[in-house]
Design a protein around this ligand. Structure first.
Ligand code: GSH
Length: 213
């Protein structure tokens, strides 16, 4: 049985939970009390993840972190969603790297500050982040205009990675995907039809929090 350490506001945790469900693998969630700073504690970093981040996946004695590595490990191990050829697998890695650097990272930070931050977000910081998100979302939107999924003709872990934060309520980010990025919106609708998809708040542990700002 896999054990997935994370929490319900975490799209990075959702990426892995969605893949585990799509692979029909048994797993149990292990709650990480992120909002009260558990990942900043020295003890948690020593035992769970020295990088101070969720998600973490226990696969037997192996403890893995970084959603991109976890997705790659699971896809390889179960022989699914990894891309059909070496060239496709290289493309998958390319998009996972882009996701971690520019797509998920800026959007997740923006949403966190807007919905869950301890103080009202600084408008100048938010405007800067919005510019970065607009750029990354524009790139993915253009890519998806010509194809149903990020790589090849079927879902891969590149899709599971990039979609991690796109199923949370729009009020949390205030960022309008549906009207501004129609190809991303159509793609996320296709992903909802992948067997195993579920609302992150339905499958991950922790209290739901109303957006603060
Ligand atoms: N690249 C990492 C990012 C993980 C990440 O940033 N997780 C958030 C929670 S969703 C976190 O633990 N952040 C702690 C921090 O940035 O200090 C991944 O994909 O796993």
């Amino acid at each position: 049985m896999y054990r997935l350490h994370g929490f319900c506001q975490s799209g990075n945790t959702f990426k892995v939970a969605f893949l585990l469900r799509a692979l029909a693998q048994p797993w149990e969630p292990v709650y990480v009390d992120f909002m009260h700073g558990v990942t900043r504690e020295a003890g948690w970093r020593e035992t769970a993840n020295e990088m101070g981040e969720a998600p973490v996946l226990d696969d037997g004695p192996r403890r893995l972190s970084q959603s991109g590595l976890i997705l790659t490990h699971l896809a390889r191990k179960h022989g699914a969603f990894q891309g059909k050829t070496q060239e496709e697998q290289d493309e998958v890695l390319r998009w996972i790297l882009f996701d971690n650097h520019k797509f998920t990272s800026y959007f997740a930070t923006f949403r966190f500050m807007k919905a869950f931050g301890p103080a009202a977000p600084d408008p100048a910081v938010m405007a800067w982040l919005r510019g970065r998100i607009d750029n990354a979302f524009g790139i993915v939107n253009k890519h998806l205009a010509a194809r149903p999924f990020m790589v090849g003709t079927a879902p891969t872990i590149a899709d599971f990675s990039l979609c991690g934060y796109l199923f949370f309520p729009v009020e949390e980010s205030g960022y309008e995907v549906e009207t501004r990025f129609p190809h991303i919106h159509a793609w996320r609708t296709r992903l909802k039809a992948v067997p195993g998809w579920a609302d992150p708040y339905e499958i991950l542990p922790g209290e739901r929090i109303a957006p603060r700002w």
